[in-house]
Design a protein around this ligand. Structure first.
Ligand code: ADP
Ligand code: MG
Length: 349
């Protein structure tokens, strides 16, 4: 009996040693969270991997509680339900996310518009009560949209009459920036922050090769291994937005969740998905998220024009309705086309 207990104890000690990996540099933690309507995976290496991954998870739930539009207690709901032109004191994190959203609304000339809350609700995308709104209703709602309808002073914000905020197009990007800071504080040498289609990779893979990120084939959105191509990246953000991610059908027509602020209708400008890639520097997560939505709204020509005038701060993979995959020059050598996808691949400069 004694022998048996001793054997168990030493087996347990061996297991503990194996779990620690002996070498703190190879210690790895990977945890999953379901928050903000998305599956999130935080993978961290290094001595403080566990602390980093759990701090990331905690911040994800806190951010959801602050920015949710369906939780009446959230900061965003408190702001939206407050009387017009009455400042509401926000958590510093909500104010920071709102500040980024307003800045990107302005920088994209309103293609990214963080005030489409009422329009999204009219389509039922917020509450999962899908329906096609009337044209007059949409026109009425669009009169109260635009970043100039929101005032932010420090951490106090107010809205113009009938205007409301929706941070759904930037919340995950903003969160990924904050999680990257947490990883850096914990000296995570390599890792991966995955918030649905928002991905940040830190360092390279343990074998020294770049991380691999598949770009979903929009024609086969439910398949786990249908990719238009693979990105090979180190220290980078990438965000994909597409009409195939969230949509409903009515009378044989498909309506998706990315709204063209000019019309109030789902954007239909010839693109089926937009992937934005950038170096993992401060604020790049929010940039990629806002731009993936904005460039989807703009359509191919305007999106490429925007890229050319941006000073190549970011790179793109655009999938068009007519079956082309456009990869911008700066990303071409880090992109591998999928096999037998049926797409025509073009490098653009
Ligand atoms: P997802 O969050 O599904 O990954 P996006 O980043 O493209 O995709 O964000 C889409 C969300 O952003 C919508 O669910 C809605 O809340 C909001 N939204 C829709 N159209 C716009 C727009 N033109 N500008 C900013 N936000 C938008
Ligand atoms: Mg976005």
């Amino acid at each position: 009996m004694k022998h048996f207990a001793a054997a168990l104890l030493s087996a347990a000690m061996l297991l503990t040693l194996a779990a620690c990996g002996g070498d703190p540099d190879t210690a790895q933690e990977s945890i999953q969270a379901i928050a903000m309507d998305t599956v999130m995976v935080f993978t961290a290496y290094g001595q403080h991997s566990t602390a980093a991954a759990y701090a990331a998870e905690k911040l994800a739930y806190e951010t959801e509680a602050l920015l949710s539009r369906t939780d009446p207690e959230s900061d965003v709901s408190r702001l939206n339900s407050a009387p017009a032109d009455t400042p509401v004191e926000l958590d510093g994190r909500t104010a920071a996310a709102l500040e980024a959203a307003l800045a990107w609304s302005e920088r994209t000339d309103g293609a990214f518009d963080c005030t489409l809350a009422q329009v999204s609700s009219a389509w039922g995308f917020t509450e999962d009560t899908f329906c096609v709104p009337g044209q007059e209703e949409l026109a009425g709602l669009l009169e109260h949209t635009g970043f100039d309808q929101i005032t932010l002073n420090g951490t106090a914000a107010s809205h113009a009459p009938e205007a409301a905020v929706d941070l759904g197009g930037i919340a995950k990007g903003w969160l990924s920036d904050e999680i990257l800071k947490i990883f850096q504080k914990n000296q995570v040498p390599r890792g991966r922050i995955e918030l649905g289609g928002n991905i940040c990779v830190i360092g390279d893979r343990p074998d020294g090769s770049p991380w691999r990120i598949g770009i979903q084939d929009p024609a086969d959105p439910l398949s786990a291994d249908a990719f238009v191509g693979i990105l090979h990246l180190t220290d980078a953000y990438t965000v994909t937005s597409g009409g195939y991610q969230r949509y409903f059908e009515e009378d044989g027509k498909t309506y998706h969740h990315i709204i063209d602020p000019a019309t109030g209708y789902p954007a239909e400008n010839g693109l089926v998905s937009v992937t934005v890639e950038a170096d993992a520097v401060e604020g790049a997560g929010a940039m990629c998220d806002a731009l993936s939505t904005a460039l989807f709204v703009m359509g191919e020509e305007q999106a490429l024009e925007y890229w050319r005038s941006s000073g190549y701060e970011f790179e793109l993979v655009l999938v068009t309705e007519d079956g082309r995959v456009l990869v911008t020059e700066g990303l071409a050598d880090r992109f591998t086309a999928g096999e037998d996808t049926g797409y025509r691949y073009v490098t653009v400069s």
